[in-house]
Design a binder for this molecule. Structure first.
Ligand code: B12
Ligand code: SF4
Length: 339
């Protein structure tokens, strides 16, 4: 069997829904990335600044990099038409996808070594200096939508990306072209106006950034727009009409945790450090640490406006060990009592 056909067959066996191969040439939209950083749109995600030179020159990541195997893992919990607004983004309701993808990519690399023992390879998923969507589009997996996520004809919006960088040349797949046409549904769907123009996302306004990546205080003017979301946001993805092609994942590693589908916010507000670590041990939610999640819970409770949350919020505003949580709890109390 031809090498790329063998790699793709093995990727499918490992549970990846899509697999394509592109060259290790600079990602086609790298210029936009550099400009986006220069405009400060990355906010406090300083690692994106540090990664800039490597992202534009993959031979700094892997000497003599020649090709990139790009894969997608479908995580759709339904046929793609589920309700948009949920407190916890879909991807964060099951075990940490980084670990799931990483282990499978390592297995795929081992398989490639059985075919090409001399090949050197590096596995990536999310955390490394790789512009994943741009490369995946060039590998033919899908196209960058106006909300900046990759959309696939076969999977809609609900999938993760991963890559293996290799120092061997491989036959390349044909890049995908854009198929958004005149549709602009994702732009007005964004609660905070973070999609400032097609293909332009100001991360500083995105709820995913505000509730996950931002470590400090959430700007007050944006808090009311966050609604009841406490971890990430799916609204721009959920309105995309291409989701009509989404298929429910049958991957056993991706079953949503029942307690994260409709979480009890007051229970979360009562978690101490140890209970937080225990509850979110294998979950991506551990990323925010207790203080970040409880900050978000306070904002959500303030926005929900239910006075029965007042005693717990007043207690947190007075007694929580974290100043960040105390400040957001006090904001929530004043928002509820002002109503
Ligand atoms: C930083 C980051 C974020 C930041 C910034 C998001 C962003 N849009 O950049 C924040 C925290 C906000 C975020 C949020 C989310 N993220 Co995120 N994130 C990343 C990360 C680590 C880097 C992304 C990046 O480089 N951004 C820089 C900017 C400049 O890139 P860009 O917005 O994609 O812009 C490009 C295009 O717009 C293009 N461009 C410009 N003009 C034009 C014109 C045309 C015609 C075209 C075609 C392209 C184009 O040029 C730019 C440079 O490539 C990647 C993993 C990785 N290493 O790539 C995951 C990643 C992009 N995230 C992912 C996910 C799932 C999410 C969320 C859905 C999570 C959630 N539910 O809360 C949201 C979606 C929000 C959104 N609308 O993007 C997935 C996306 C999978 C997919 N199918 O696309 C990734 C790939 C992680 C993974 N391995 O699966 N994320
Ligand atoms: S994830 Fe939510 S806040 Fe971020 S761009 Fe999409 S709709 Fe806007």
């Amino acid at each position: 069997m031809e090498i790329t056909a063998a790699i793709k067959a093995e990727a499918a066996r490992l549970g990846f829904s899509l697999c394509g191969i592109t060259s290790a040439l600079p990602p086609p939209h790298h210029r936009h990335y550099t400009q986006w950083l220069a405009e400060g749109q990355a906010g406090e995600m300083l690692y994106l600044q540090r990664q800039e030179p490597k992202r534009g020159d993959l031979s700094q990541v892997l000497p003599n990099a020649r090709s990139v195997v790009c894969v997608a893992l479908n995580y759709s919990p339904d046929e793609g038409r589920g309700a948009a607004t949920v407190p916890i983004a879909r991807y964060a309701r099951f075990d940490d996808y980084h670990e799931i993808l990483w282990a499978r990519l390592e297995s795929l690399l081992e398989f490639i070594h059985t075919l090409e023992p001399k090949a050197n390879g590096k596995v990536y998923c999310d955390t490394g200096p790789i512009t994943e969507r741009d490369l995946a589009m060039r590998a033919g997996l899908g196209w960058i939508g106006k909300h900046t996520n990759l959309i696939s004809r076969d999977l809609g919006n609900w999938f993760f990306l991963g890559e293996i960088l290799l120092d061997i040349p491989l036959p390349l797949d044909t890049p995908e072209t854009t198929h958004c046409g005149t549709c602009t549904r994702c732009l007005p769907a964004c609660p905070t106006g973070a999609i400032t123009a097609p293909y332009q996302l100001d991360a500083r306004r995105c709820i995913s950034y505000l509730t996950i990546e931002l470590k400090g205080s959430i700007p007050e003017e944006l808090r009311p727009l966050i609604g009841a979301r406490i971890y990430g946001c799916d609204d721009c993805l959920a309105v995309c009409p291409w989701n009509k092609f989404a298929v429910r994942t049958t991957d056993p590693a991706l079953s949503p945790r029942a307690d994260l589908t409709a979480p009890d916010l007051l229970e979360l507000l009562a978690l101490d450090d140890e209970a937080f670590r225990e509850k979110f041990k294998n979950s991506p939610i551990k990323r925010t640490k207790r203080r970040g999640l409880l900050r978000n819970v306070c904002v959500a409770l303030g926005n929900l406006g239910d006075p029965s949350a007042l005693p717990a919020l007043e207690y947190a505003a007075e007694s929580d060990p974290e100043p960040l949580v105390r400040e957001h709890a006090a904001w929530a109390v004043s928002r509820i009592t002002a109503k």
